[in-house]
Design a protein around this ligand. Structure first.
Ligand SMILES: Cc1ncc(COP(=O)(O)O)c(C=O)c1O
Length: 372
């Protein structure tokens, strides 16, 4: 790779600031290690085997995946040996894929009801699979209550090829509130999981791990002796939502989109050559509305991205600006997990000097068709 500067790139381009990326990976790993918590980063943020390898080399114990595509690709390309599935899986072909995965790594499937568990048990015959019970700690998406987890555990005990290992949760509701609520939601995360662990243990279950994880609650949740595994995702890149929540600063945001001003239709308006197919339409997650516009224009606090078409963005000037047609500017997306999924590769740079291409190579739905 040449020693060219990012300013020479055609636009739109997806950039990764390697210093920020490495620092984010290192910082969360050190915090996990200091608190004797095992890190299983969630891969949906970057969907890249190379960034996965960086996380494993930094000390992550395993990974958390949102899709079977991610799991299959990351085992093949990054050689990870411990994989947790975030969500229940159902359907003939997908359960075959789960069984194949369980033969290639130490796999932990996730259940919050008995139907996927019974279907998997039938297909497994004499083989075994580890599982975790998903606990609902307030997101009200997946999961059973601590009390219900005992019933589910007792039901699944009838299937000896399903081996109970632990419990997990994700307090994604933290994104629906302001930073003032992060501590309260973290307390709820810890107390719900502690109750579930205690009830299950009293009922005879051997709870080998208690897993939680969101980027905003990570720092305080891992201080609890009850939490033994953490599974944050967004922390590798951070984004405008994390800035709005007070979890990150602009310098921590590793992923940006480089775009060019291609039109200046009126005194206050500028048009860029990147739209919703680069930045995503997210203005928040789980009800968050703290961000302003559709991303942060770096070094231009006077500019707000007020609208996105598919391939272009509309910027409004709210103060004096030097911006002109032909200028290239960097935008921090509101939600980096959505933005990174819009490209097949990221351009890694250090201080603006291009260093390497990072492939987004563990995305799904691009190369395979499975039929039940
Ligand atoms: C089950 C689960 N765990 C962990 C995460 C990671 O959360 P964050 O990106 O806030 O770190 C997610 C995100 O969607 C998730 O669904």
């Amino acid at each position: 790779m040449s020693t060219k500067n990012i300013s020479t790139l055609t636009t739109p381009s997806f950039l990764v600031n390697l210093d920020a990326l490495e620092n984010n990976i290192k910082r969360y790993q050190i915090l996990a290690d200091e608190n004797f918590v095992k890190l299983f980063p969630m891969l949906k943020t970057h969907k890249s085997s190379e960034i996965t390898k960086m996380q494993i080399e930094a000390g992550a114990t395993g990974v958390l995946v949102g899709t079977l595509d991610e799991a299959e690709a990351v085992i093949e390309k990054s050689g990870v040996t411990k994989v947790m599935l975030a969500y229940p899986v159902i359907g003939d072909k997908n359960l075959d894929r789960v069984i194949a995965l369980s033969q290639q790594c130490e796999l932990f499937v996730a259940f919050d009801n008995e139907i996927p568990a019974i279907e998997l048990s039938k297909k497994l015959n004499k083989a075994t699979v580890n599982y975790q019970i998903i606990i609902n700690s307030g997101l009200n998406r997946f999961g059973v209550s601590p009390e219900e987890s005992v019933n589910l555990y007792n039901t699944l005990k009838r299937y000896p090829n399903l081996i109970f290992k632990g419990i997990s949760t994700h307090t994604g509701q933290v994104y629906g509130f302001s930073k003032d609520y992060i501590d309260e939601i973290t307390k709820q995360e810890i107390s719900t999981m502690t109750l579930a662990k205690n009830l299950l243990t009293k009922n005879g279950a051997n709870v080998e791990f208690v897993a939680t994880g969101t980027t905003p609650t990570f720092t305080n949740a891992i201080k609890s002796d009850e939490i033994t595994v953490s599974r944050p995702g967004n922390y590798v890149f951070f984004d405008a939502i994390q800035i709005a929540l007070g979890v990150a600063e602009e310098k921590d945001c590793a992923l940006t989109v480089l775009a060019t001003v291609i039109s200046h239709p009126s005194e206050d308006l500028f048009i860029l050559d990147c739209g919703s197919k680069c930045l995503g339409l997210d203005q928040g997650a789980h009800g968050n509305s703290l961000t302003k516009g559709f991303g942060i224009v770096k070094n231009h606090p006077e500019l707000t991205i007020i609208g996105l078409s598919e391939e272009v963005a509309k910027i409004k000037k709210e103060g004096p600006t030097t911006l002109k047609i032909g200028d290239k500017i960097e935008i921090i997306p509101n939600h980096s997990c959505s933005a990174a999924n819009m490209t097949s590769y990221l351009i890694g740079h250090r201080g603006g000097t291009i260093e390497k291409i990072i492939e987004v190579d563990i995305r799904g739905n691009s190369k395979k068709v499975f039929i039940d």
